[in-house]
Write a protein that binds this ligand. Structure first.
Ligand SMILES: Cc1ccc(CCc2c3nc[nH]c3cc3c(=O)[nH]c(N)nc23)cc1
Length: 374
């Protein structure tokens, strides 16, 4: 059943863990949710029907890449991203600033926005907070992120403060540019690095804008896990409980379990797809590096109990061979396995919260990983 609005429903809590759903016109997102990263209009090495079948309710689109190629106005002329890529469910797009800082050459950042050269053809581009929201609108994005400045850690507190305050001012400009778009949402992004006081100021500042959701940014940028978790302990109590929280760029299965326990509802990470293309499989019993020679004659599947054909029907020996031969099918099968495992983990988390046994699920899952893959 679709709704004409954007509505988050908190269904149950179990300690700090939250079970919920985000209802939007294009569909419902069951939370805690993992959102596969679809960088340039595709989740790499996957068909989107397959991505849906793994259990994904929403995918991510990348403003930075799509504005450079095929171009935001062109995507709009072609009917929008959903129609172009044939994904009629929700899409969340990042604002592009993070990708500019990590991918493009010659970049300048000032009050007006970011100026950068395309990593594709060297052409010059300027993106203001207003233009970022305009681009996300042209793409047809359902959940749009504010333009922000994410500083890599470690960083000087003064630098973190400058970027956090700039991001707050940009959040307000994005909120004005976004206006009122029923059925769509704009999320603010909490910054503040590894500085608790700055995190609190950022979250408090965003709350004044009455946003439909809040992302925790500025993390998963090289800091140790305990620093990331400690920033969640500082930030999450400040954010409204009736709005979804999205931890950007996170993470490993262990990161997600520990972040769900603190009250995160939505995740994204390139880990399952990128590591799948490099021969790494995520399973219920931990990670398996299929490039390792020990798999060369092992005719067992990755997980005989999985409902994912890539995990259940293909031998490790064959996967090993494909990875060693750098065959496309190797990356395709491991991306499929990994995304399916990530969605199975989120499904297990949601069921455990629903039954009030998240702590047991957390312990059992970590124990299975620790036992390792026999
Ligand atoms: C398609 C797509 C790819 C990637 C992302 C998230 C990218 C990402 C981060 N990834 C790791 N840490 C991150 C921090 C931030 C951040 O502070 N701000 C923004 N806007 N994005 C981040 C969103 C969409």
């Amino acid at each position: 059943m679709s709704t004409e609005n954007f509505q988050f429903t908190l269904k149950k809590t179990d300690g700090g863990a939250r079970l919920g759903k985000v209802s939007m016109p294009r569909g419902t997102i069951r939370t805690p949710a993992f959102m596969p990263v679809g960088t340039v209009g595709t989740v790499k090495a996957m068909y989107l029907d397959q991505v849906k079948d793994t259990g994904a309710d929403i995918i991510l689109g990348n403003t930075y890449h799509l504005m450079l190629r095929p171009g935001a106005e062109r995507v709009a002329r072609l009917g929008g991203l959903h129609k172009l890529i044939r994904w009629e469910h929700p899409i969340l797009t990042d604002s592009g600033g993070f990708q500019v800082m990590s991918l493009s050459g010659l970049r300048k950042l000032d009050e007006k926005g970011v100026t950068f050269k395309s990593h594709i053809d060297g052409s010059l581009h300027h993106m203001s907070p207003e233009r970022s929201i305009e681009i996300q609108g042209l793409l047809g994005s359902d959940i749009q992120m504010q333009l922000d400045e994410c500083v890599a850690l470690p960083a000087e507190p003064k630098e973190i403060e400058r970027a956090m305050e700039l991001s707050l001012r940009w959040a307000e400009r994005c909120r004005v540019a976004f206006g009122e778009q029923p059925g769509k949402a704009m999320f603010g992004i909490v910054q503040g690095g590894d500085q608790p006081a700055l995190r609190i100021r950022s979250a408090e500042g965003l709350k004044q804008l009455d946003l439909k959701g809040y992302a925790v940014g500025g993390l998963a940028v090289g800091e140790p896990q305990d620093v990331m978790l400690s920033m969640l302990d500082t930030t999450l109590p400040v954010l409204p409980t009736e709005k979804p929280r999205y931890l950007m760029g996170v993470g490993t299965p262990d990161d997600m379990l520990k972040s769900v326990a603190r009250g995160i509802d939505m995740f994204d990470c390139v880990m399952p797809t990128r590591s799948g293309r490099h021969g790494l499989a995520f399973t219920r019993r931990g990670k398996v590096n299929l490039r390792n020679a020990r798999h060369a004659e092992d005719m067992r599947p990755l997980d005989e109990e999985s409902s994912c054909p890539a995990a259940r029907d293909y031998s490790r020996a064959y996967l090993h061979h494909l990875c060693r031969a750098d065959e496309a099918l190797g990356g395709m099968l491991l991306s499929w396995n990994n995304l399916h495992y990530y969605q199975d983990l989120m499904k297990g988390i949601r069921q455990a919260i629903a039954e009030g046994r998240f702590a047991d699920f957390y312990a059992e899952t970590q124990e299975a990983w620790a036992k390792g893959d026999i």
